[in-house]
Design a protein around this ligand. Structure first.
Ligand SMILES: CC(C)(COP(=O)(O)OP(=O)(O)OC[C@H]1O[C@@H](n2cnc3c(N)ncnc32)[C@H](O)[C@@H]1OP(=O)(O)O)[C@@H](O)C(=O)NCCC(=O)NCCS
Length: 395
């Protein structure tokens, strides 16, 4: 078996059939491949690797060029997608070899973190990934927000077709990339494809001329559902403006469904507000995302409140393995290699869970991601307080 990197123009010939068989309903119409081929300009910055035997592609993986905020620092991120092998070639270790090569290569390209949506988390657990929360869905009748219908709020909402809203929407996501822990976006090349999205509205909330929120949505029918994508806001005013806008659909739609981050609590959006908030995960289609560090340097500069230090050893991982001194000082973390005795021994999933704020040190131990000396539990917890990340990008 040989591994080869392929350019975007080779993807339709080399990868399309494999991926379409794995992820689409099939057999698929012949035209689908042509449609895919037309999208290739948006994939020129993606890293595609294939495993070939006797000239036949038997497995493939891709990393999309993305960026992600981790505790206040925006890092280059490898968004792993299109992981697939031919049914006749499964369980021969091809995907393991491809993924290992992909993570090494994307790290060489400068990515210090990686994320993906797993078909089954235990599979990616072998590669050092740890789970982060899946978006929740809030479902409510607009009547529940009646208190907002006539409220005087300092701002307004404009409805635009997606293409017309694209620049403002994109600018808002780039602002949230700087401000929101876990938030991830594609690079410009891949993002440009979304400009062509049709059949979607965008509600843009502005206050004092500044965009403070946006939601992509569609309406299925009169008296039916308003189906919204992620509620993106810079704060409570943006959220209130967008909820007011949806409240004004009271005699038009029966229900609003909207995706929200795990730190949103819709039951507190109003008095007498009836809402169902669901966080459902199932596999292979609705897994929560997973993340990992590709380099310990990803910890440099992360925001922390603790002025403390701890020595950790990272084990069982070719990219991260080693001993490190992690220090919090004047609001940020620094990391450097050390020869000192470690106070905690962590797997890649363990240190990644702490960096991303999804598990505290005790949970890291209980989940089997390492051992922490009793005296270091508090220090690690203070350096890496729990903080729920919100990935946003779906890939
Ligand atoms: C998932 C898929 C890519 C796995 O491919 P594969 O060629 O069988 O993978 P490998 O042989 O390289 O297996 C790598 C390791 O994962 C293990 N593994 C494979 N499938 C697994 C599963 N479903 N659950 C848990 N572990 C699994 C293998 O045993 C192997 O472990 P080992 O190296 O310790 O023996 C393949 O089954 C596939 O194409 N499925 C359909 C598409 C899909 O779901 N892709 C993933 C999208 S996120």
């Amino acid at each position: 078996m040989q591994i080869r990197q392929i350019p975007a123009e080779e993807r339709p010939g080399a990868m399309f059939d494999l991926a379409a068989y794995a992820f689409e309903s099939s057999p698929w119409p012949e035209a689908d491949k042509e449609t895919y081929a037309r999208r290739m300009p948006f994939y020129v910055t993606a890293t595609g690797l294939v495993a070939e035997e006797d000239g036949q592609v038997l497995a493939a993986v891709t990393a999309l060029a993305m960026r992600q905020n981790v505790r206040g620092v925006v890092h280059d991120m490898a968004g792993v997608a299109s992981v697939v092998s031919h049914p006749s070639a499964r369980r021969r270790g091809f995907v393991r070899q491809l993924l290992t090569r992909l993570l090494e290569q994307t790290r060489e390209q400068g990515c210090v973190v990686s994320a993906l949506y797993p078909f089954r988390p235990s599979f990616y657990g072998h590669f050092g990934y740890v789970g982060m929360p899946r978006v929740r869905t809030a479902t409510f009748a607009p009547e529940g927000l009646a208190h907002l219908v006539r409220a005087e709020l300092p701002g307004e909402v404009e409805r635009l077709p997606f293409a017309a809203a694209f620049d403002e929407f994109d600018a808002l996501t780039l602002r949230l990339l700087e401000e929101r822990h876990g938030f991830a976006v594609f690079d410009e090349t891949r993002t440009a494809e979304f400009r062509e999205r049709t059949k979607r509205w965008v509600a843009i909330a502005r206050s004092g001329g500044e965009v403070v929120g946006a939601v992509i949505y569609r309406i299925d029918e009169y008296g039916g559902d308003l189906i919204a994508e992620d509620l993106l806001t810079t704060g409570p005013l943006g959220r209130a403006l967008l909820l007011q806008y949806f409240a004004r659909h009271v005699d038009q739609v029966a229900r609003v469904t909207m995706k929200i981050g795990a730190d949103e609590v819709p039951d507190l959006w109003g008095t007498d507000f009836a809402v169902v908030t669901e966080g459902r995960t199932d596999y292979p289609k609705h897994g929560g995302p997973m993340v990992r560090l590709l380099s310990m340097t990803a910890l440099n500069g992360l925001h922390t409140r603790a002025d403390l230090g701890v020595t950790v050893e990272v084990i069982d991982d070719d990219l991260l393995g080693g001993r490190y001194r992690i220090t919090g000082e004047a609001g940020t973390l620094t990391v450097e290699e050390t020869k000192d005795e470690p106070q905690a021994t962590l797997t890649c999933a363990g240190i990644s869970a702490l960096a991303y704020g999804v598990l505290d040190p005790v949970e890291v131990v209980l989940r089997g991601f390492g051992q922490v000396d009793a005296g270091a539990v508090e220090t690690l917890g203070a350096l890496f307080p729990k903080q729920m990340p919100y990935l946003f990008a779906d890939f």
